[in-house]
Design a protein around this ligand. Structure first.
Ligand code: ZN
Ligand code: ZN
Length: 141
C-alpha cells in the first residue's frame, strides 16, 4: 500500500501517476463539490503538484470560493470524471479526487469539511474530524 498512486478517468483519455504520499485526505461537502460529485461529498487527497504526472488534456473550470480564494477544477472533457483541483491559498499543492485513483482503498479521509452545506441526509463518519466550513490553513513550511 502507498505511493505510487495511479489514476484513470472513466473513458481512459486521462491517466495519472503520483509519486508521493498525500499531505491529507478529506471529504468536502461544499455546494460546488456536491454538484461535481453528483450529490455527495468529494473526497480529496492533497499532493505536492510536482509529484503529480498527468497524461492527457484536462479541461478546467475556475471560480472564486466563498473564502475569496480562486479555485480551478480539472476534469476530463470527454467523460466528465472529476480529477484535480487547485486553490490559490496553496500554490504548490493540488488535490486529486480519490475516486479517480485506483488505490482509493488506502486513501481514507481523516476529516470532513463544509458540513454546514451538507444535506440533512448526509451520513458523516463520527471518526472524522469535522469542520462546519473551511478549516484554518496550517502555517506554511
Ligand atoms: Zn475521460
Ligand atoms: Zn468542496
Amino acid at each position: 500500500m502507498g505511493a505510487p498512486y495511479t489514476g484513470r478517468c472513466n473513458c481512459g483519455a486521462i491517466t495519472a501517476t503520483i509519486s508521493s504520499e498525500p499531505l491529507w485526505v478529506r471529504q468536502c461537502w461544499c455546494r460546488q463539490c456536491q454538484k461535481s460529485a453528483a450529490g455527495s461529498a468529494t473526497t480529496n487527497a492533497l499532493f505536492m503538484t510536482d509529484d503529480i504526472a498527468i497524461d492527457g488534456e484536462l479541461s478546467w473550470f475556475g471560480y472564486t470560493s466563498a473564502s475569496g480564494n480562486s479555485i480551478e477544477q480539472g476534469f476530463c472533457g470527454k467523460c466528465g470524471t472529476a480529477i484535480t483541483g487547485r486553490n490559490s491559498s496553496r500554490p504548490k499543492a493540488s488535490v486529486i479526487r480519490v475516486g479517480f485513483l485506483e488505490e482509493s482503498d488506502g486513501l481514507a479521509p481523516t476529516s470532513a469539511i463544509w458540513l454546514d452545506d451538507a444535506p440533512a441526509w448526509a451520513v458523516i463518519d463520527p471518526r472524522l474530524e469535522q469542520f462546519p466550513r473551511q478549516p484554518p490553513v496550517p502555517p506554511k513550511s
